[in-house]
Write a protein that binds this ligand. Structure first.
Ligand SMILES: Cc1ncc(COP(=O)(O)O)c(C=O)c1O
Length: 472
């Protein structure tokens, strides 16, 4: 199974040929494609092969059959959900990490390699404003970071019997918050979805009132999960107000900054996310606003000792654990033991380019979202009251819909579904919808490092054309 140097080179060159072609064609590839989706999926159903086949044939099957169907999450036209694009530099890091295959779960097994991960965590702590006592670890994504945050808060603050412990979040929370709570053992009804204001931010007064009601009824409030950028509209909760409330009520404050967190690199982002460092824990998702390929999330905790208290376990067969506070055994502060060396995906691109281009690109996304909102307002003026911006960009997400006087909600939702389908039909962009107060709205999330003004203009032109057609 060991590849000779030349065999490895040959395999890499064949892969590179395919990758170069894939990347050079990205701007012209469809933003989504559901043609032959079922056939494509069925074509890769097969029993385990006893013998191998030539690399060309395997790569062809992957690139020609599997990759082209579905959403083109890598391309510049992907403006749905929360894109990132996937920096190729990070994929090179995966190759290096995979071949060197170091074990980073325990510091002594790879002291300097594990330290690279600890250094990346330190960079992130500095970025959000956490002091030297903070710590954290890389996860596979935001959902798992939210799960570990809730488990940590539960272990530190709620004790063994947490059935009465209550979690407060907004009615705009990402579904991973409820999922995490349920997986962490809380009954569904222990998660309170609090009302939001006209900008889709949780209302601290409504939260305080619910806390009051719950305490009077004998409930045990445990934690608040705030959002530093909701998935629906990019709404950023008033983190300072929630931190004050959490302090007063002695609650753990977790901030889900999976989408918004890395905007802390920008001046406008820092203003918008003021108070983030006051949270007890923060979810970040480098595979969103740091443009990495899927598979890299992060949980930071203001007091690293809390992570240790929640996770530390020893086993007789393990290598020696570090007792030096300068270093960290990641398996002792997180749920995983063996796992991939995720930090290289972050470390390598930042070492190669510095952080400045990330900052610049995130600033560009803020500009593009504002530009899109201004153009939609102009379109509304042109078409006279037909287009409503339901959520102005707080970061790089906005939401809008067509409105018609006298049209009932269901008919209006159907109209907006047709609007969305006709914007997406030419396959130059892919937008998605969500529901806000029972109304179907269309979202634009500008976040991929590959999305620039040209594609946003094209998107706006498609919106204009679809709106005009539906207005006739
Ligand atoms: C606000 C927010 N939280 C959590 C998540 C879940 O992150 P992941 O998909 O990395 O598990 C998302 C994903 O879009 C998100 O937008």
């Amino acid at each position: 199974m060991e590849l000779s140097g030349s065999a490895l080179r040959e395999l890499l060159e064949l892969s590179l040929e395919q990758l170069e072609l894939f990347l050079s064609e990205l701007p012209n590839q469809d933003a989504w494609n559901d043609d032959q989706a079922v056939q494509a999926a069925r074509s890769v159903m097969e029993p385990i092969p006893e013998r191998g086949r030539p690399a060309e044939s395997v790569l062809r099957q992957f690139f020609s059959t599997a990759v082209p169907v579905g959403l083109n999450t890598t391309g510049p036209g992907y403006l749905a959900y929360v894109p990132g694009g996937g920096l190729p530099q990070a994929a090179v890091a995966d190759l290096l990490a995979g071949i060197t295959n170091r074990f980073v779960g325990i510091w002594s097994a790879a002291p300097a390699v594990a330290q690279i991960e600890a250094t990346v965590i330190r960079w992130f702590c500095d970025l959000i404003g956490y002091a030297g006592t903070a710590g954290g670890f890389l996860t596979s994504g935001g959902s798992l970071a939210n799960l570990s945050a809730i488990v940590t808060a539960r272990r530190i603050r709620a004790g063994e019997d947490f059935r009465q412990a209550l979690i407060y979040t907004s009615n705009q929370a990402h579904h991973s918050v409820l999922k995490a709570a349920v997986l962490a053992g809380f009954p569904v009804e222990n998660v309170r979805n609090i009302a939001t204001d006209e900008r889709w931010r949780v209302r601290p007064d409504a939260l305080a009132a619910q806390l009051d009601r719950d305490r009077k009824a004998g409930g045990r409030p445990l934690m608040i999960v705030a959002h530093a950028g909701t998935t629906n509209t990019g709404a950023v909760d008033d983190l300072d107000a929630l931190a004050e409330l959490a302090d007063r009520e002695r609650l753990w404050l977790h901030a889900d900054a999976a989408y918004g967190g890395f905007f802390m690199l920008t001046e406008r982002g820092r203003q918008c996310l003021s108070g983030l460092a006051r949270a007890d824990s923060v979810t970040l998702d480098p595979h969103k606003s740091l443009f990495l390929p899927y598979g890299t999330g992060c949980l930071l905790v203001r007091d690293q000792q809390h992570l240790r208290q929640a996770h530390a376990m020893d086993g007789d067969y393990l290598p020696t654990l570090s007792d030096d506070p300068e270093f960290v055994d990641f398996s002792q502060i997180s749920p995983e033991l063996s796992r991939d060396f995720r930090a290289l995906r972050i470390w390598l691109p930042i070492q190669l380019h510095g952080v400045a281009p990330f900052r610049r690109l995130l600033d560009e996304k803020l500009d593009l979202a504002r530009f899109a909102a201004a153009e939609l307002r102009a379109l509304d003026a042109e078409l006279v009251d037909t287009l409503e911006i339901v959520a102005e960009p707080q970061l790089s997400i906005l939401a809008f819909r067509l409105r018609r006087k006298g049209m009932d909600r269901e008919a209006n939702n159907r109209l907006n579904r047709r609007f969305l389908d006709s914007i997406n039909a030419p396959r130059r962009v892919y937008l998605n919808s969500t529901m806000l107060d029972g109304r179907l709205v269309i979202r634009i999330c500008v976040l991929s490092f590959r999305t620039h003004l040209d594609r946003v203009r094209e998107c706006l032109e498609l919106i204009r054309r679809a709106a005009r057609t539906l207005a006739e």
